[in-house]
Design a protein around this ligand. Sequence first.
Ligand SMILES: N[C@@H](CCC(=O)N[C@@H](CS)C(=O)NCC(=O)O)C(=O)O
Length: 218
Amino acid sequence: MSITLYGASLSPFVRKVRVVLAEKGLPYEHVQIDPNRRPEDYHQISPFGRIPALRDGDKVLADSGVICTYLEAQYPQVPMTYSDPFLKAKVQWFEKFGDYELGPVVTFGVFRNRVVMKLIGKPCDEEQVSRCIHEKLPPLMEYLEANAPEDGFIVGDRFTVADIAIATHFINFNLGGEQLDKARWPKSAAYIERITSRPTVAPMIEKEQGFVNKLLSR
Ligand SMILES: N[C@@H](CCC(=O)N[C@@H](CS)C(=O)NCC(=O)O)C(=O)O
């Protein structure tokens, strides 16, 4: 089967799927889709036009969570979750924490304003950025700090989709010119650092940072 991933590399959700594909050692073709200038027929692949979407042979799916669930069931060789029902549910919980709690604040509140708006020629709403960093982020960070492991991973003893679903948004936070406050949230900062240093993640970040620098200096 040949796998094609659709979506822009700077999207945290696309990155999440790329890391899962890389961890599983699955080769794939990456078709860059900019959600601000998506091709007319992209809705046939992703009904609401969002990225990522994935094609595996004649099967097509959208949404990073759905795609990762599919990849896990179809290609279980390198597991990114657990078969134990409780651990599996915990992985799902933290994956959703990344997708639906951190995503709207860290990626859409900060990165979107600082990078995407500039790229599409619209003003950055610094008031919104500030509200996200100073009001919306702290309660999420308190929760992460209470749950971040001293060593290893967020659930059990293996790297799971939950780890990348969380860390991916902090990559966008950095690309948006912000750093996590290490003094205030030391366990979380060290945890994110561990996850983003993985060989399947670190090279992506380097490329993306170079890409953003180039785009923003135009
Ligand atoms: N829950 C979705 C979120 C995907 C998402 O919001 N993607 C953004 C880019 S980061 C997008 O496609 N935005 C364009 C739009 O909503 O029209 C997932 O996990 O894939």
